[in-house]
Design a protein around this ligand. Structure first.
Ligand SMILES: [Fe+2]
Length: 336
């Protein structure tokens, strides 16, 4: 069913509709309200109420439009509940059966739920659920070293918005590298995996369209610059992360600032009350590496080699052994 809407209706819809990842529709049989695609600046009705939703429809929609479909509140809420239920069910059976299949499904469900969490960062139930389900994913990955690279690649090639995949990609790579170094206990690896995964939740204060723009005004730049501190504020007292971990989240871009100082030939000053160690350097370094090696709407990706060159300038003096180990690790992790 195709129908374009007048400007007035369009503006009203703009206020009430919420985007969801098209794949989420596979959890629901029918909708109670129409669903819309956004095309050429207009909403276009693509599903009628009570119309059956098939996997063919989902695939065709993704090909013809985008990875987002727009729903009314009631359907959005039902879908959110269904997704949460599905994730809980999946987490319970995570250790039973094929590890790759389970981890792939878990990573997909977490990415969809991360999008909901970004829309409602102060929803306690949602945050607790995401935290617990991520913790279980970290155990599954730690117990199945052989699947880590595969899961990373699946997520890397997925169609989720980059703000939802970037934290998980950098956390999977971090976990895999930490395990390789044998320098960390299981508890430490799990803690750093969770710290790394939740470090960008402060991005939820930034309007979605800003993530597509290459030029930002001063206000937007400030919002982006404050996302790390906002992540810390969102999480503080609500999830079982230690003060050290929360402080790492608050300062997780310190390495970016260090690189910037180097480029501009300026002295770099560590933030107050922040003691950078190997852990924080790794969290920050892999975040930079994963971001640089993935396309963004406003810039292309660069090679692993180029991103390692950048990291070398800030890591190799202080952590020569670890940097060497990282280069060797990445050769294997990123090979086909
Ligand atoms: Fe960040």
């Amino acid at each position: 069913m195709d129908q374009n809407y007048s400007a007035a209706k369009h503006n009203r819809l703009n206020l009430t509709l919420k985007p969801v990842f098209i794949g989420e529709l596979l959890f629901i049989q029918t909708l109670t309200e129409p669903a819309y695609a956004y095309e050429n600046g207009k909403f276009k009705k693509v599903i009628a109420p009570r119309e059956g939703i098939t996997s063919d429809f989902v695939r065709e929609y993704a090909q013809s439009y985008s990875s987002d479909i727009f729903l009314h509140d009631e359907d959005y809420d039902s879908l959110r509940k269904l997704l949460n239920k599905e994730l809980t069910k999946q987490t319970r059976s995570l250790s039973i059966g094929d590890a790759t299949k389970n981890a792939t499904r878990q990573v997909n469900l977490l990415s969809m739920q991360m999008s909901n969490l970004y829309k409602n960062p102060f929803d306690d139930e949602l945050l607790t659920s995401q935290f617990q389900n991520t913790k279980n994913l970290s155990s599954l990955l730690l117990n199945n070293k052989g699947i880590q690279k595969n899961i990373y690649n699946v997520l890397s090639n997925s169609k989720y918005h980059y703000t939802h995949t970037q934290p998980l990609l950098s956390s999977i790579m971090l976990l895999s590298f930490m395990q390789e170094t044998r320098l960390f206990s299981e508890k430490e690896m799990e803690g750093l995996f969770l710290t790394s995964y939740f470090k960008d939740i402060g991005m939820s204060f930034i309007p979605r369209e800003k993530f597509e723009q290459s030029h930002l005004n001063d206000f937007d730049k400030k919002l982006f610059a404050e996302h790390a501190e906002n992540s810390m504020k969102i999480l503080e007292g609500r999830v079982p992360l230690s003060n050290t971990q929360l402080n790492l989240i608050k300062n997780h871009h310190f390495l970016n600032h260090k690189i910037q100082s180097l480029v501009n030939n300026k002295d770099f000053q560590y933030p107050d009350e922040f003691l950078a160690g190997l852990e924080s350097n790794l969290v920050s370094a892999l975040d930079i590496l994963v971001a640089m090696t993935h396309d963004r709407p406003y810039r292309d990706s660069v090679s692993i080699f180029q991103s390692l060159e950048v990291l070398k300038s800030v890591l190799s003096d202080e952590y020569p052994q670890e940097f060497k180990a990282l280069v060797i690790f990445l050769k294997n992790f990123t090979s086909k």
